[in-house]
Every structure is written in structure tokens, then in C-alpha cells.
Design a protein around this ligand. Structure first.
Ligand code: COS
Length: 381
């Protein structure tokens, strides 16, 4: 399999790069400093039809492949990881509806999401159910006409901003993970409320909050897939979005490498550019090699997902694992190349380093990715 991208994807990269450099770059440091959700950037993505990029055309989106989405996530993250996350979360959170929503549900929720009028949120994690997503405690009790949800979610990106929440709750506690079901919950439903908003190390422009369900009635037609299918829907969604987080990490790493290379050409010490020093050359060479290796894995995993290949789950985990570890290493080394300057807030690298960290954690920690890879490798033993 070759990873020379088709011409239309290279054109797409060029367009997104241009958009990111002209419209996002001037805001990137400010978004980080202010720590507020950048509605102007959300509007920019909506106007450029990027919030519905992955939603099928019949529901108002662009029906883009996951590989194309990865190029978009990568190029946005190269400049601003928060901007990339706005794109990534819309895709992640709409996916359970695309995957398992009834025709009626799709027609109701996907078009406003595709237009970017509504935001979506993926509501899985709980305080006691992080890596162990199967330990979900939020309950969904069947009543006439629907289900009543009770429980609390945490670390929910777009929490409070989104109108639509792909939510996972237990309908049949005695059935373990097979007793988890998926629902679309609207922010306007009675009993839905937003808890504390987190103060984060990085991705400062993204809003992450607790979400509470207190006797929250959800009509039965808002169940996604069949009763008990929720865990499988969550896992399939993660399989399809881990390459995107890999792409985001890849973009952050590439952005840091861009800065470090430029610096090595311009910064003079000992009478010449520091790029003439072998110590710096070797660091840059290692960074570039790791970035390219991550790129191959990210594109390959996205291609396998687009093919619905049986190995997609393992490759998605490998791409996310390797690209995020690369982002952490490369941003750290890039700070080192800039020395004291790299540590300062008037350079973008310390922001990139903080933003990179969460890519090793969210969408499943890198330890969980290793579990997914090893299980696939070993099978049932
Ligand atoms: N696709 C479809 N179904 C899947 C699946 C996948 N990739 N992985 C698991 N399932 C289903 C299977 O149906 C499986 O049942 P069978 O044994 O009949 O095949 C069932 O789920 C249980 O799977 P498993 O035994 O692997 O579940 P575990 O409780 O051991 O959990 C991990 C597996 C740890 C991989 C899972 O909990 C996980 O991914 N955790 C991280 C969650 C995460 O990424 N959170 C991030 C928050 S969202 S930003």
C-alpha cells in the first residue's frame, strides 16, 4: 500500500493549510491565553463546510472519507490544536448517529450538525468509568414511551455548548457491557444539566465539563441501534476516531518541527546557525523520521477504516498511540532546540507541548491502545 496521496487530497491539504495560516494562525496564541471557546473559529469551520465534512451527503454533509478528515485535522492542528479539536469532536460525536441512528433520527439531527448550527458531544466517560468504559454507571430505565436517565458524565468535550449528546447508559445492569445502550440526548431535555467546567493544561479553547442526568426523559425513538448495543457502538466510534486523534497529534508534531527547523536555520551561536551543529541536526533528523512514521500509520489506519477492514481497530490504536507519543517527544525536543526561547510564551512551542499531552490520554489512554493491539495480536488465549 502506498501513501502518496491522490491529487485531490494534496489539494485539500493546500486549501486547509491556506485557511489555517490566514484565519487561524493569528488567533492561535490568543485562544490559548484566553481559555474561551472560540466561536469565531467555529463559525469559520461551519462556513467552510468542515463541521459536516464527514456527515453523509444525503443528510447535508460532504460525505468525506476518514482519510480526508485526517488531512483536515492534521493541517488545522499544525497551527492550532483547539481548532483541530472542534473539527474532530463534531465528527466523533455525530458518528454514533450516522452509524446506528434510525432514518428519522438521522434526518432530525444530522442536517443541523452538518450546517454547524448545532454542536455534538460524545458522552461516555464517567468518574469511575474512564479506561474501563464498560463500568458505566449512568442508568436508563425503561418507562412508557422512552427511558429515564440518571447519572453523571465527566470530561465531556463541548459539554454545555453542544445541543446533541451521544450518550451511553445502562439499560440492563445484569448483562455487563451487553447491557449498555446508546441514546441521543438533547441539551433542552428536562433533567439534563451541565456541571463543573474543567480548567485544563492544554487545548485551552475547548470546553470540557461534567454532564448530569436527573430523571431525564429520553423518547424511545432516540435510542441508537438496539437495546444493549451501546458498548459496541461506542467501540466502533472510537475505532473510527482514533486515527483522527492520531492526525491531530501528527499535526501538532509537524507544527513543532516546522518551528524548530526554521529556528535552527536562523539562530546563530558559536558564529553560525545552530543547524550546523551535529547535536541539533541529529535531533531534527529524529523528529522528522518519527513524524513521517506517524504519518504513514495515521493514513494507513484511516484507509483501513474507510475500507471497514477487519484490522482497522488494531491499526487505529497503533496510529493513535504512535502519533501521540511522537507529538509529545517532538514538541519536547522542539522546545529544547529553541532553548530558553522555547520555554517562553511568546513562542508557540510551549503551547504545542501542553496541547500534545492530552493526545496520549484522550480517546483512550495509550495504555488502553496497547491493550487493544495486544488482544488483536494474540487473539483468545
Ligand atoms: N468494535 C465493536 N465491538 C467491540 C469492539 C470494537 N472495536 N471492542 C469490543 N467490542 C464489543 C464486543 O462485542 C465485545 O464482546 P465479545 O466478547 O462478544 O466480542 C464487548 O464489546 C466487550 O469487549 P471487551 O471484552 O474487549 O471489553 P473490555 O471491558 O475489556 O474493554 C477496552 C475494552 C479497554 C478496550 C475499552 O473499555 C476501551 O476502549 N476503553 C477506553 C475507553 C475510551 O477510549 N475512552 C475515551 C473516552 S471517549 S473521548
Amino acid at each position: 500500500m502506498t501513501y502518496t496521496l491522490p491529487e485531490e487530497l494534496e489539494d485539500l491539504r493546500g486549501q486547509i493549510r491556506e485557511l489555517a495560516l490566514s484565519k487561524v494562525a493569528p488567533r492561535a496564541a490568543e485562544i490559548d491565553r484566553e481559555g474561551k471557546y472560540p466561536w469565531d473559529i467555529q463559525k469559520l469551520l461551519a462556513e467552510n463546510e468542515l463541521l459536516g465534512y464527514a456527515i453523509p451527503e444525503e443528510y447535508g454533509g460532504s460525505g468525506a472519507s476518514l482519510l480526508a478528515c485526517c488531512i483536515v485535522a492534521e493541517e488545522l492542528a499544525r497551527i492550532c490544536a483547539t481548532t483541530s479539536l472542534i473539527f474532530v469532536v463534531q465528527k466523533l460525536a455525530a458518528y454514533p448517529i450516522v452509524l446506528a441512528g434510525s432514518e428519522e433520527t438521522k434526518k432530525k439531527y444530522l442536517p443541523p450538525l452538518a450546517r454547524g448550527e448545532w454542536l455534538a458531544s460524545f458522552c461516555l466517560t464517567e468518574r469511575e468509568a474512564g479506561s474501563d468504559a464498560g463500568a458505566t454507571k449512568t442508568t436508563a430505565k425503561e418507562v412508557e414511551g422512552g427511558y429515564v436517565l440518571n447519572g453523571e458524565k465527566c470530561f465531556i468535550t463541548n459539554g454545555g455548548l453542544a445541543q446533541v449528546y451521544s450518550t451511553f447508559a445502562v439499560t440492563d445492569p445484569e448483562m455487563g457491557v451487553k447491557g449498555i445502550s446508546a441514546f441521543v440526548v438533547e441539551k433542552s431535555f428536562e433533567g439534563f444539566s451541565v456541571g463543573a467546567i474543567e480548567d485544563k493544561m492544554g487545548l485551552r479553547g475547548a470546553q470540557v465539563s461534567e454532564i448530569r442526568f436527573e430523571e431525564c426523559f429520553v423518547p424511545k425513538e432516540n435510542m441508537l441501534g438496539s437495546r444493549g448495543e451501546g458498548f459496541s457502538i461506542a467501540m466502533k466510534t472510537l475505532d473510527n476516531s482514533r486515527p483522527l486523534v492520531g492526525a491531530q497529534a501528527l499535526g501538532i508534531a509537524q507544527g513543532a518541527l516546522d518551528v524548530a527547523v526554521q529556528w535552527a536555520k536562523e539562530r546563530k551561536q558559536f558564529g553560525s546557525p545552530i543547524g550546523k551543529l551535529q547535536g541539533i541536526q541529529f535531533m531534527l533528523a529524529d523528529m522528522k523520521t518519527q513524524v513521517e512514521a506517524a504519518r504513514q500509520l495515521v493514513y494507513r489506519s484511516a484507509t483501513l477504516c474507510d475500507m471497514n477492514h477487519p484490522e482497522m481497530s488494531m491499526f487505529s490504536a497503533m496510529a493513535k498511540l504512535y502519533a501521540s507519543d511522537t507529538a509529545m517527544r517532538v514538541t519536547t525536543d522542539a522546545v529544547q532546540v529553541l532553548g530558553g526561547y522555547g520555554y517562553m510564551k511568546n513562542q508557540p512551542l510551549e503551547r504545542m507541548m501542553r496541547d500534545a499531552k492530552v493526545t496520549q490520554i484522550y480517546e483512550g489512554t495509550n495504555q488502553v491502545q496497547r491493550v487493544v493491539i495486544a488482544r488483536r495480536l494474540l487473539g483468545k488465549i
